[in-house]
Write a protein that binds this ligand. Structure first.
Ligand SMILES: Nc1nc2c(c(=O)[nH]1)N[C@H]1C(S)=C(S)[C@@H](COP(=O)(O)O)O[C@H]1N2
Ligand SMILES: [Mo]
Length: 407
């Protein structure tokens, strides 16, 4: 079966009925007006409330009465994080952080650690089951390892698992695993996994996963667990994420792909120029070029070429970074893997794990019907959807939009 592509407009129209059809019933995108918003600079910053939410929970913890939220630790004043050795494993740690003896990590203690350890980085959140990114911004937190070291890890440690608040209902748990090695060491140039408490300079809202959520820079959204409550050291050698149910490739890192922006016309006068534009997600393999292809529907399609590699693609421009997008983040502890500490500008643009803008030169088209497509070429030369076209490791199909040009 061909993977179905959902544009943002489709999502909006489908609402809850469509989400059920899509068999990804946790999708709660309906009711949101915008997704990733692009500013003048080449950097897109999505205001916290404009993200699309992908969330499980009945009731959703951040929608509970404030008294209840206080009781369950959904506000900063009462939030607590437990870090334990998994009782189902033989992991050894010397100083577990527990609620029942008052050693759990509080927000106050986290802020104390943040004074010397805080980092922030740009990152896009994308669900591996959805075609469009959910939002992009500057996230701030403390590297997870700096907190885990305080627990005195000793031996038999192959993974950590973690989960969020889930109404104490095992059926609602949202759980993820990370290899210990990924948490304790970042490959050169890579960003740390972090306990995240801010987005775009503001403390996380409950809707965005606050008081504290996990943030895994190179991973799809499901690894970035919201309403974080408990972490366990385990000697398990396999990951058993909640998302493993549902045939998802839970080890996938972010793919590179282009999408058309909002407000793409489906009808246009031949007198008016068409300016194609959109976002590109920069995955693990980087981004070299964004391209587009305008095809008259009556022109023959290239034969035996499902990824249209032989089509007359044209280059669009990747909008350079101007810095306006992070103008409000003056005090942010920008991570040196992404930002030059002196100039406070990105070391390169576009950057891995982020969203950038692209724009094409205006074109005038004769009356007729057209198919519009866009694609990326990654930094290693692979044209989308290669090298990993498999949808359960993240959707990177080539997007198609229809346009009618009238006289
Ligand atoms: N506790 C919890 N965390 C969660 C989820 C969830 O349902 N519960 N959904 C995950 C999934 S599948 C995605 S794609 C991202 C979406 O993040 P967002 O809602 O901030 O856009 O959150 C992840 N974290
Ligand atoms: Mo997701």
């Amino acid at each position: 079966m061909k993977p179905k592509s959902f544009s943002r407009r489709d999502l909006f129209k489908l609402g809850t009925a469509g989400a059920a059809v899509q068999a990804n019933t946790e999708l709660q995108a309906a009711g949101k007006k915008t997704g990733p918003v692009c500013e003048e600079g080449g950097c897109c910053i999505t205001p916290s409330a404009d993200f699309y939410n992908v969330e499980r929970g009945n009731p959703l913890p951040y929608k509970l009465p404030i008294e209840k939220q206080r009781e369950i630790g959904m506000v900063r004043e009462t939030w607590q994080l437990e870090i334990i050795a998994d009782p189902a494993s033989n992991s050894k740690i010397e100083h577990p952080m527990m609620r029942n003896d008052g050693t759990a990590l509080t927000f106050e203690k986290l802020m104390e650690i943040a004074k010397t350890k805080a980092v922030s980085y740009l990152k896009v959140i994308t669900c591996n089951n959805l075609a469009d990114p959910l939002g992009h911004g500057l996230w701030e937190g403390v590297p997870l390892r700096d907190v885990l070291w305080l627990c005195g890890p000793v031996e038999n440690l192959r993974h950590v698992w973690y989960h969020g608040h889930h109404n104490e209902d095992p059926k609602q748990i949202f759980k993820c695993y990370l290899p210990m090695n990924r948490v304790f060491e970042d490959p050169p140039g890579e960003l740390p996994v972090m306990l995240c408490y801010k987005l775009n300079g503001e403390f996380l809202t409950g809707e965005r996963g606050g008081p504290v959520r996990m943030m895994v820079p190179e991973a799809y959204g499901f690894k970035s667990v919201k309403w974080l409550q408990r972490i366990g050291f385990t000697n398990a050698h396999q990951s058993d994420d909640t998302y493993a149910n549902g045939n998802n490739d839970i080890n996938s890192w972010l793919k590179t792909f282009a999408r058309f922006g909002d407000h793409l016309p489906d009808k246009l006068s031949a007198k008016d120029a068409l300016t194609l534009h959109g976002n590109a997600q920069v995955g693990i393999s980087g981004l070299k070029q964004v391209q587009y292809w305008v095809r008259d529907v009556n022109a023959p399609l290239p034969a035996n070429d499902p990824n249209f590699t032989q089509a007359p693609w044209q280059d669009a421009e990747i909008v350079p970074f101007h810095g306006s997008g992070i103008a409000g983040f003056k005090g942010a502890p920008l991570h040196p893997a992404q930002f030059d500490p002196v100039t406070r500008r990105p070391r390169q643009w576009p950057m891995q794990h982020t969203l950038c803008r692209w724009i094409a030169k205006p074109v005038k088209l004769a009356p007729g019907k057209y198919e519009l497509r866009c694609r990326t070429i990654d930094a290693t030369g692979n044209a989308q959807p290669m090298p990993r076209p498999f949808p359960k490791s993240g959707k990177n199909n080539i997007q198609k939009a229809l346009l009618e040009v009238v006289a």
